[in-house]
Design a binder for this molecule. Sequence first.
Ligand code: SF4
Length: 704
Amino acid sequence: MTRSADTHCPYCALQCAMTLTPTDVAADAAADAAATPVTVAGRDFPTNRGGLCKKGWTSAELLRAPSRLGAPLVRGADGVLHEASWEDALDRVAASLRGIRSEHGADAVGVFGGGGLTNEKAYLLGKFARLALGTSRIDYNGRYCMSSAAAAGNRAFGVDRGLPFPLEDLDDADTILLLGTNVAETMPPFIGHLAGAQAAGGLVVVDPRRTATARLTADGKGLHLQPMPGTDLALLLGLIHIVIAERLVDLDYVAARTVGYEAIRRSVASWWPERVQSTTGVPALTLRRLARRLAAGGNVYILTGRGVEQHVDGTDTATAAINLALLLGLPGRVGSGYGTLTGQGNGQGGREHGQKCDQLPGYRKITDPEARAHVARVWGVSPSAIPGPGVPAVELLRSLGEPGGVRALLVHGSNLVVSSPNIANVRERIAALDLLVVCDFFLSETAALADVVLPITQWAEEEGTMTSLEGRVIRRRRAISPPAGVRDELWILAELARRLECTATFDTEPELVFEELRLASEGGIADYSGIDYAMLDRGEAVYWPYPRGGTGTPRLFADRFAHPDGLARLVAVSVRSSAHPAPRPGELTLVTGRLLEHYQSGAQTRRVPELADAQPEARAALHPSTAERLGVADGELVELSNDRGTVRCRARLTTDIRPDAVFLPFHYGDEQAANLLTSDAVDPVSAMPEFKTNLVRLARLIEI
Ligand code: SF4
């Protein structure tokens, strides 16, 4: 006997559809997931059309991984983590939280969430922090991912939905400009949607590396621009300069649908193509060719990814990409547009329901009295019971264990000692905590430092909803029972809230939580009030905003933008010379990024044998000319260092990287963690850290 569940991949925001079939129902009935083989089959869905990448194909291995946690762990007086009962583990957490709160105040407890949590978990986590803990100190790892694009979208359009159109719209594109995104490796089924533009010779990739995506432009199928790392903003200002100078602006659109044109015009006046060439290394002729192609009409899309967003000027860079799109009249025109490619599985929904330090459900501002009153009504409390704004992730982590800072931290869905910037400092701050509680499937690098580890269900064992990179709400469905010793995070939050004597409701059934989320989101920017599980189970294509009694919104901005006057903002931005210092003699620019085989911090994919065998360790990608200068041969051990830390790994020689840069994947921990070298300086608008352009020295290590 078999039974199947139609669900979606546990990893990235493409949320490829898959069918899971447990092949031993008897073992499943005994709640023995380790003994329940599950087969994975790609399922036809508009985003993946039946395709999966190797991460998706092997995802069921996560369920059966030998290192999966099967019981809570509590650190004993001997300093070692020991198995404990759920009762004892939760009692210890609650008692510690009560003690810390009474001694240091509610803001001495912090919560760190994740962009992989279901909508229901993200929502309940925000409510738990504000009501059960009474703390303002909540933020999440999406701060490291989507915050710059989100800030730019909110600033320009008044709303932040990654793709404001269905992904399938890209199929009919004549030209697609991809800025800082390597979809061919991060979400391979995506490239099916690039085929039209590729065939039309209109695929343009901007990336300092010749990535798998950049290689799609070979043989006359498009263009690859390989700027110096950290010069994306200058490149975009140069494109805008050409568009204005060559009278390629859609003036009717700009007049009817935007404000701010004059300031933009002035702000790019000095970014003539030859100056951009000397700043970025991209020939002026190529820039002119690209600008003309973008303005030539047809269906044109501009898409940004983390490569241009994960910077201290990431918001301004994403803003410049939006400015370019607006000047060309793309957003809101059917068959054209601007979008940002969300990375984490629920990176979209995870940023809508209240995990952010300044946000309430429905993508509402926590400082807005009307928003507070609405959410307070749904939660059955007075608005004054909801704390005010907290602090973003990096600031929250900097405060750990400091006087007046956070003394107890609860971590959900994040491996923050691998994925945060400047992690030597994060590890130091975590060591100063009175209490660290981590919910995870595995003993991740962060869980290994915890006082209490709570083992949780995985995607194939739970119900819920996710919101994909196109703002489409989809169902996650249970295929197998969880192992006996693990619990759902909704249950954990409810149990902790009860122990903390919080009288607010904390449902444990995902559908009930979603019903509450609907109410809390009603009237907000991300309005889910018209959505229910039944319509998702019928397979309806449901995009937010979807007001009660209304319809969903696959395409935003057809008639108006989300600002009160309906107009988009052209926001003048400028290059800050201090943002990306050029390498000094002996230095290289470190570019971090992903590999096909791994996801985020690698806490999951490094435990899947096929993926770990293919990419078992970090390798520093170096141009052969750089390697020769430094006396490094392919496969030799090297040391990358700066004043924040040191990484030791093997070198991989490739002409895909510029001679002035070195590439390191960020999926590995311990001494191979790329974020030992990254800076925790942040973007002044989005609080995004600088992940992409950090200066390092590189030297060959003598093996003995
Ligand atoms: Fe999963 Fe993303 Fe791969 Fe699709 S592309 S199978 S969602 S990791």
